[in-house]
Design a protein. Structure first.
Length: 146
């Protein structure tokens, strides 16, 4: 019996809409196409890169003050995450799914950084997503040698 292949896909592939980089998982369209042809080590390395990208960008907007609380909320709302996924990378998924329902970040083990003070969660998510897309585009350009 073959094992499952881990993927960063979150079921929101904007490459089908013509985006060269997916707004959901931050992979380039070519990387998505070749994903299942990569070795397990190659996929793990790419997952680590994507997590590092998310941590770097999300860290500009958020702080994790209680990782256990964050995990409990992800489980409560059945938001997918990987055991090895860093907390800030997990927080990106939480905001993507709950941006219109979350009223108080501390209830989710998060607090805004200085750059995000005063923003409601939807605006915080919009700014985070914009920055994440820009960083993912730079990553894609590096991978494709452009």
């Amino acid at each position: 019996m073959a094992g499952s292949i881990t993927s960063p896909c979150v079921g929101l592939c904007s490459t089908t809409l013509g985006d060269p980089v997916c707004r959901g998982c931050q992979r380039g369209d070519d990387e998505i196409l070749e994903w299942f042809g990569l070795s397990g080590d190659q996929r793990a390395a790419r997952m680590a890169e994507l997590d590092a990208l998310r941590e770097s960008v999300a860290g500009r907007f958020l702080k994790v003050v209680d990782a256990d609380c964050l995990e409990a909320q992800l489980r409560r709302y059945r938001i997918r995450f990987r055991p090895e996924q860093p907390a800030l990378s997990r927080a990106v998924e939480l905001l993507r799914v709950g941006r219109t329902r979350i009223q108080a970040l501390p209830r989710y083990g998060l607090e805004p950084s200085e750059a995000a003070l005063g923003l409601d969660v939807a605006e915080l998510h919009a700014r985070l997503s914009q920055a994440l897309n820009e960083a993912a585009e730079r990553r894609r350009a590096t991978h494709s040698g452009n």
